[in-house]
Design a protein around this ligand. Structure first.
Ligand SMILES: Cc1ncc(COP(=O)(O)O)c(C=O)c1O
Length: 430
């Protein structure tokens, strides 16, 4: 069991039921969930349960038989995406989606090499460990066909907020990498990136970055893959997909989706263009996925889209996310340890630092804050980023104004206490 980790491993929580943004443990204690972007429209949402049960009671087959659900669902997804992304492959996890995206890209371009962002994570299959610096740096290392571009992080990356055009500057690092690949006699198949790098620490890509990268990658014969496994389905409020934040004219060649798609049911997807799909079909090897796109999964996917619309969850993410960000930004003026507050909608991050000038990661304080929020206030939050110094907020989309206010009050109280008593904790190890 050592390789499988629990939240709060010193004192794990046993959750027996959940509703909305709340989890209930074996003693009936309520926890506020600020972690689960999977339970997108709320834990155990009755409409989702009802849609799943009704379809399970009627039929669950596979995609070798005709069924309306898959067609209706693909149509609904297509309506959220640019017109050219009109072919859908339904799979069971974000990893399966990214593995298929890799295969589609390699088959379409007839090349193997992939560019990824530093600290990225794209899934647990071997093919994806290979393109996930977050994992392969701890394992066998970097494969010769994988190339790592700097994370476009304007807080602690190589080009920061004072740079006149960080989007262009970071895109140029990808251009340089492509040229380096060419010098080695190789060619690019794909550029893979999360639309807002989450494992990298809730990073907002600088303006213009993706369009420029896509231009460079396409002119080198490659395709742009947007990993929307964490950021899709309206999490940002203002946009349905994270990549749309990069401007109306930017459209990836492949989009992968997962986590929130089935509200906890294993449902994921790859969306792509007709040209890429045709190249995939050209070798006449059948693509079959036993569970992907089955009528129950599609019924659930449709119900999730319905709830996002009927409950105006994007509107809620915009309003509550803005309020939370505003309160956290105010908190930053009172606590030196808050280096930056960033994000959009209900996808926010607080970067904790021991020194604002040097931007030294406050890893231990972040861990202590997570622990105390759980123990004292029953609030579940997680950390991420290369130094686990970024507190992440990606709660179910029904998160309320009151939840936001409670979280900020509790963080304020704990940070005040830590600053008074515990700050030498960081100085010891950094
Ligand atoms: C950005 C990103 N892509 C892909 C995956 C893999 O998804 P799954 O765990 O559903 O296989 C994850 C999982 O955390 C992820 O965060």
């Amino acid at each position: 069991m050592q390789s499988c980790k629990l939240f709060y491993s010193d004192d794990p929580v046993k959750i027996l039921r959940a509703r909305g943004q709340y989890l209930f443990d074996e003693n009936g204690e309520r926890y506020l969930d600020c972690i689960s972007n999977v339970h997108h429209v709320g834990h155990c949402h009755p409409s989702i349960t009802k849609a799943a049960a009704a379809q399970m009671d009627l039929l669950n087959t596979n995609t070798r038989f005709l069924h309306d659900n898959i067609v209706l669902y693909a149509d609904r997804l297509a309506a959220t995406l640019p017109e050219k992304l009109c072919v859908f492959y339904f799979v069971n996890s974000g990893s399966e989606a990214n593995d298929l995206a890799l295969r589609l890209a390699q088959q379409y371009t007839q090349q193997e090499d992939v560019i990824v962002l530093d600290h990225a994570y794209h899934g647990h299959l071997m093919s994806l460990i290979d393109i996930s610096p977050y994992k392969f740096r701890k394992l066998a290392g970097q494969k010769e066909w994988v190339h790592v571009a700097p994370l476009p992080d304007t807080y602690r990356g190589i080009y920061r907020e004072n740079h006149p055009n960080p989007g262009q500057a970071y895109a140029d690092t990808v251009k340089d990498l492509i040229e380096e690949v060419h010098r080695k006699g190789r060619k690019i198949s794909a550029f893979f990136a999360e639309s807002l790098p989450s494992v990298g620490g809730q990073i907002i890509l600088p303006r213009g970055y993706s369009a420029k990268v896509a231009e460079y990658v396409r002119s080198a014969g490659g395709v742009f893959v947007a990993d929307e496994v964490q950021t899709g389905f309206g999490r940002l409020g203002s946009h349905f997909w994270g990549f749309q934040q990069q401007g109306e004219n930017f459209c990836p060649d492949i989009v992968t989706m997962g986590k929130p798609m089935g509200n906890g049911h294993p449902l994921a997807c790859v969306a792509t263009t007709v040209e890429i799909a045709e190249a995939f079909t050209a070798n006449r090897v059948e693509y079959f996925n036993t569970f992907g796109g089955n009528p129950v999964s599609c019924a659930i996917g449709l119900a999730v889209l319905d709830v996002i619309e009927t409950e105006d969850l994007r509107g809620n993410a915009t309003r509550v996310g803005a309020h939370l960000k505003d309160l956290l930004t105010k908190l930053q003026t009172q606590h030196q340890i808050i280096g930056e507050v960033r994000g959009a909608g209900l996808f926010l991050g607080i970067e904790l630092v021991t020194d604002r000038e040097k931007r030294t990661p406050a890893t231990k304080t972040a861990a202590l804050l997570v622990k105390r929020l759980k123990e004292e206030d029953r609030i579940c939050v997680s950390t991420d980023g290369p130094w686990e110094s970024v507190l992440k907020f990606k709660p179910p989309m029904c998160f309320s104004m009151e939840d936001a206010e409670l979280v900020v009050q509790c963080i304020d109280r704990i940070l005040t206490d830590i600053e008074a008593n515990d700050l030498k904790l960081e100085k010891e190890d950094i």
